[in-house]
Design a protein around this ligand. Structure first.
Ligand SMILES: Cc1cc2nc3c(=O)[nH]c(=O)nc-3n(C[C@H](O)[C@H](O)[C@H](O)COP(=O)(O)O)c2cc1C
Length: 407
């Protein structure tokens, strides 16, 4: 084995599958072709979930148009290409033949007339094609869910992705039908759009799923041109729709989803934590709130398959620094500290201005909810009896001239 590949080894065994490291290329544009699967294998990724395969043929399937809004940390799109059944099956078959170690998940949606047995048959076909695991797509917000959200109440097209994932009984029924039809591990990739992703995750586990995954994109409004709202922010695209958002912006929400799922489903089922992972830090955060494996999509789209190397190196360094021996030991490390808001402990204290650092800019005295800060000549001062202890002034001060002190 080449030295580089050895450096990327951090084996994790989950749901009976051996991953070279906990990093998986999440389903998306970087997992559509055999060449990409081979590149992912060469770059050392532990796993890869193929681009959504849709059976029968996707009813919305245009060429892709994406925007990466670097300043906002937002990746957004509405137009995207999916695979049909034959493309998906061929991809898995060829992907397996062309690789040795990468774990291949088949990300699937069935929308035909056979209902549950259609899902079961589709999963079976992917098992025969060589998939290591099935990932049920209960998360895509960009097809029927988009149409519902934008007010197409009379739609005649079938429910897909997030429209299924909002319903516990639907997730339960489909997961059960698929799990009973294959011998492979089955993961349910869920959406938080239904409200309580923990409960939906529990219904997938009750139905026999080996694990759950979150978060896919969240549906939002792309940045608007305020003078010309008719103009699309996309290049080579006319018109605007609700858009699928991913990237760094998504991370706090994705962490919440993972935490909520882990708290609800308990320690045993596998969680693939996805959403906003760009460096090893977010991967560690994901593990700290309960993730076993880490999905990455946008960072791979933008920076290529090689992003893995820095992530694994970062994790290895973190393990050394914190005296841990394996990635699994990070898991749940932050969970005990998450308490109901009613149990948080308030430490009495107040703001103090470090006079020598204050330049008298006045940013702290305009804070609308605060009556404690005022100017005395060129310097800000705190009227201690009025200080709520909120600490907004510390954050808005550009000179680090304010500190909170406990009483
Ligand atoms: C362009 C694009 C296409 C995607 N296609 C799929 C898909 O086919 N199936 C799926 O489950 N998730 C899909 N996703 C969601 C990603 O797998 C991932 O869950 C999401 O982007 C959040 O992770 P990230 O912030 O690392 O991108 C797609 C994401 C993007 C950006």
């Amino acid at each position: 084995m080449k030295r580089d590949a050895e450096d990327l080894l951090m084996p994790v065994e989950k749901a009976g599958l051996l991953f070279r490291n906990p990093f998986i290329i999440a389903s998306g544009p970087a997992s559509k072709t055999v060449e990409q699967i081979q590149q992912a294998e060469q770059a050392g990724w532990g796993g890869l979930s193929i681009k959504l395969t849709f059976d029968p043929e996707p009813y919305i399937n245009p060429a892709p148009r994406y925007r990466w809004l670097a300043e906002e940390g937002i990746h957004i799109f509405s137009l995207e290409t999916r695979l049909n059944l034959q493309q998906g099956l061929r991809l898995v078959e060829a992907g397996r033949k062309g690789t040795k170690e990468i774990v291949i998940l088949a990300n699937i949606t069935y929308v035909g007339e056979k209902g549950l047995s259609g899902w079961a048959e589709m999963a079976k076909q992917f098992e025969e094609a060589g998939a290591h695991a099935i990932e049920l797509n209960f998360c895509c917000p960009n097809m029927s869910f988009n149409l519902d959200a934008i007010g197409e109440t009379q739609r005649s097209t079938p429910s897909t992705g997030a429209s299924l994932g909002v319903s516990e009984p639907v997730v339960f029924a489909i997961t059960k039908a698929v799990k009973e039809s294959v011998h492979l591990p089955v993961f349910a990739k869920l959406t938080p759009e239904g409200g309580n992703i923990g409960e939906v995750a529990q219904s997938a586990i009750d139905a026999g799923a080996d694990g759950v995954c979150t978060t896919a994109n969240r549906l939002g409004v792309p940045a608007l041109n305020i003078y010309h709202p008719q103009r699309s922010i996309y290049r080579l695209q006319e018109g605007t729709s609700l858009g699928c958002i991913s990237g760094p912006w998504l991370k706090p929400l994705a962490l919440k989803d993972v935490l909520q799922m882990r708290k609800t489903i308990g320690p045993d089922p596998v969680i693939i934590g996805t959403g906003g992972v760009h460096t090893f830090r977010e991967a560690v955060e994901m593990a700290l709130v309960g993730a076993d494996l880490i999905g990455v999509c946008t960072a791979v789209m933008l920076k290529g398959f090689g992003v893995l190397s820095e992530m694994v190196k970062g994790i290895k360094k973190y393990l050394r620094e914190t005296g841990r021996n394996s990635f699994s030991e990070i898991r749940d490390g932050a969970l005990p500290y998450f308490k109901p808001v009613t149990e948080l402990i308030l430490i009495p204290g107040q703001a103090e201005v470090r006079e020598e650092k204050c330049v008298g800019c006045g940013r702290c005295v305009v804070i609308a909810h605060c009556e404690a800060l005022e100017m005395a000549g060129e310097k800000a001062v705190v009227r201690k009896e009025k200080c709520l202890g909120c600490s907004t002034c510390v954050d808005v001060c550009p000179k680090g001239a304010i500190a909170m002190v406990s009483l």
